[in-house]
Write a protein that binds this ligand. Structure first.
Ligand code: DGY
Length: 320
């Protein structure tokens, strides 16, 4: 136990993560389920040797400058666009994340969105609860089949690949757009790597699995949405700002695409005007990785990364 070292945990996390940290360090844990304000975060960082933070915390240069002793920023997430990694690196601070453990849960959830929107489950549920179901109707809530259709994966890393692998149940053709060739996916699923335009023009279901970077911000915009066919569905469990949300609302309103399933938002937790009024979109509150086992694993890895870095050992997962 090195009680000279102090770790800030910015928000309530699964207990297992706190327990790991408390065995080794003095822990300043925010017990609330709400993020610290930027000034409160800076104030509590002032004495921290490490911070376990969430994707809802902005770890920008001002926050980093407020923490003269900081040696590690450990994000309780695989994505780390909330952290200014180049700035942290320039200050010799390790930045860590939690890849791998949330792959299957997130891919499952992307499929859950895809199936919910194509089979119109939220609309059906609303009908039942409102007492407006008056019996079986051959034309009620008709949706789209999956069997034999084309799945387009944008970003064929861990989660994109897991999403693609789940398509075998429906004998789908798989297209993917990715910076590099995914040989495993090509061998296992006969997947074909294509340009973004071809994927958008051909796929019946498109699922986004990219990190948010300057290059991927608004990758899906008015122009690229226009390339999708009117029967196609768009699923996003990655980061909201990869889609220009206002352009998506317009496409859904004009029905130039059939529908969308969203777990993430450009201005999270807010949504752009009009989105929540549409029937052809299903909206989830960023819960792709929200299973008990997965969240426990994320908390454990985020804590273990801190233990390792502060003990001078390599982290389980460091991004810089
Ligand atoms: C992540 O880890 O980046 C997800 O968005 C939340 O699990």
């Amino acid at each position: 136990m090195d009680l000279d070292l102090r770790v800030l945990v910015t928000r309530k996390i699964p207990e297992i993560g706190l327990k790991i940290l408390q065995k080794h360090f003095e822990v300043d844990a925010n017990p609330e389920s709400e993020s610290l304000t930027a000034p409160a975060l800076r104030q509590r960082l002032a004495r921290a040797d490490a911070v376990l933070c969430l994707l809802t915390d902005r770890i920008d240069p001002a926050a980093i400058d407020a923490a003269p002793n900081l040696k590690v920023i450990s994000n309780h997430a695989v994505g780390y666009d909330n952290i200014d990694v180049p700035y942290a690196t320039s200050k010799n601070i390790a930045v860590c994340n939690t890849p791998g453990v949330l792959t299957e849960a997130t891919a499952d959830f992307a499929w859950a969105l895809l199936m919910s929107i194509t089979r119109r489950i939220p609309e059906g549920e609303k009908l039942m609860r409102s007492g407006e179901f008056h019996g079986w109707d051959p034309l009620m809530l008709l949706g789209a089949d999956l069997q034999g259709k084309t799945l387009g994966i944008i970003g064929a890393g861990r989660i994109g690949s897991a999403m693609a692998h789940r398509s075998t149940g429906w004998q789908m053709k798989v297209l993917y757009h990715s910076r590099s060739t995914n040989t495993e996916l090509e061998k296992a699923l006969n997947a074909r790597r294509v340009a973004l335009e071809e994927l958008l023009q051909t796929a019946d279901f498109i699922s986004i699995h990219l990190p948010l970077t300057a290059e991927t911000r608004h990758l899906i915009n008015k122009d690229t949405l226009q390339m999708m066919n009117p029967g196609a569905y768009l699923i996003n469990t990655a980061r909201g700002a990869i889609i220009d949300e206002a352009a998506l609302v317009e496409a859904l309103e004009k029905k130039t695409i059939a529908g969308a399933g969203l777990d993430v938002y450009e201005y999270e937790p807010k949504m752009v005007a009009g989105l929540k009024d549409l029937q052809n979109v299903i909206l989830a509150p960023h819960i792709g990785s929200a299973t008990i086992d997965t969240r426990n694993k994320m908390a454990s890895i985020a804590a273990e990364n801190i233990v390792r870095v502060l003990n001078g050992e390599p982290a389980l997962s460091q991004v810089n």
